[in-house]
Design a binder for this molecule. Structure first.
Ligand code: GLY
Ligand code: MN
Ligand code: MN
Length: 349
């Protein structure tokens, strides 16, 4: 089934005849139009139309897989109104502002507007072969960049300069950083989201580097914690515990496994090492057009892994004022197990 056919089936289950898609990633996913934030897609029982404006006339013609209507709102809304009369029209409650909803109400008085959630994000969890290739390419680039940057992670170098080098290598090949690069050295390693600062890396420290490439709209996400010199016995022990939890969780990735069970598996191992409290976030998340998307690998998740999903496995342990470790791999769920897409070496600390 095509993406559009699958979406119409999901719309049927949600009780809507048409869907006004305003989320930028969803617009791109359905239409192929790469400037999704400047477009909307309307799916009706018969058609799907991309609405964008005259800045994108050429680009939309080149990229869009669905017919395009070029105008600015409210002309777009007036154009759609006759076809929507009497229909239940879904909107994406998570990405439409209240003001935009009021505008839809004004221009589509004959339609019944219905808030929906997750119709596209459920579809997007399972990647098409082209999407798998796109994430694979982004991760392969990130692996190359990490290998190039690894030698500069040493005592006397600022975290910022490591991040800048990663960013510049990505930009030079037409990619960009998928998110703010995390370089957290020594005690800053205790910050799970320690974006690179002007701190100078010291001898004997662990350094956590969390980086991703965004290439052709698709993201990668990987973390390595590396040692500069010889770390303290305490931090070496924490590193080995996180590595054990990470490798065990990756080994368990296969179709049919629940995200919540993977989280519990890693958490139990860290708890066994006295680090349960130090693992302050969930185990992982899906990656695709967004760095963070479904499925969720957290304790409260109801998601069950299926072939074609791409998830991170990223346990960590964070000790305030002391330091921290996170190890994150990007993992494709295959028919009979998994394939680890992130190939960067994990150091023996
Ligand atoms: N860099 C964000 C994450 O790993 O989820
Ligand atoms: Mn990450
Ligand atoms: Mn992640």
């Amino acid at each position: 089934m095509s993406q559009l056919e699958q979406l119409r089936a999901a719309m049927g289950r949600a009780g809507v005849d048409a869907l006004w898609i305003s989320d930028a990633a969803n617009v791109r996913y359905l239409s192929g139009f790469t400037s999704g934030k400047d477009g909307k897609v309307l799916v009706t029982p018969q058609d799907a139309t991309l609405y964008t404006d005259a800045r994108y006339t050429v680009q939309a013609a080149q990229e869009s897989r669905v017919p395009t209507f070029i105008a600015r709102p409210p002309a777009t809304l007036e154009h759609a109104a006759p076809g929507l009369a009497g229909l239940r029209v879904g909107f994406e409650a998570e990405s439409l502002t209240v003001a935009e909803l009021e505008q839809l109400r004004t221009y589509w008085p004959q339609a019944t507007l219905v808030g929906t959630a997750g119709l596209l994000s459920d579809l997007r969890m399972v990647k098409t072969p082209d999407e798998v290739q796109a994430v694979r390419d982004a991760q392969a680039l990130a692996d190359r960049v990490f290998a190039q940057v690894r030698p500069m992670i040493r005592a006397g170098v600022r975290e910022l300069d490591v991040a800048l080098e990663i960013e510049s290598l990505l930009r030079r090949v037409g990619a960009e950083s998928a998110f703010e690069i995390i370089v957290a050295s020594g005690p800053r390693g205790a910050l799970p989201h320690g974006v690179a600062s002007d701190r100078v890396i010291g001898d004997g420290e662990l350094v956590t580097v969390d980086m991703g490439a965004r290439l052709n709209g698709y993201n990668s996400d990987m973390t390595r914690t590396v040692a500069v010199g010889t770390p303290s016995p305490e931090m070496a022990r924490v590193y080995r515990a996180v590595l054990e939890a990470e490798e065990a969780a990756v080994r368990a990735v296969r179709p049919g496994v629940r995200g919540a069970d993977l989280d519990a598996l890693a958490r139990d191992i860290l708890t066994g090492h006295g680090l349960g409290e130090a693992f302050a976030h969930s185990l992982g998340h899906g990656v695709g057009l967004m760095v963070h998307e479904g499925p969720s690998l957290r304790g409260s998740s109801e998601d069950v892994l299926r072939p074609g999903m791409i998830v991170t496995v990223e346990p960590g342990a964070y000790l305030p004022d002391v330091g921290g470790v996170r190890i994150e791999d990007l993992v494709l769920v295959t028919e009979d197990g998994h394939e680890v897409l992130s190939r960067s070496e994990k150091e023996a600390v």
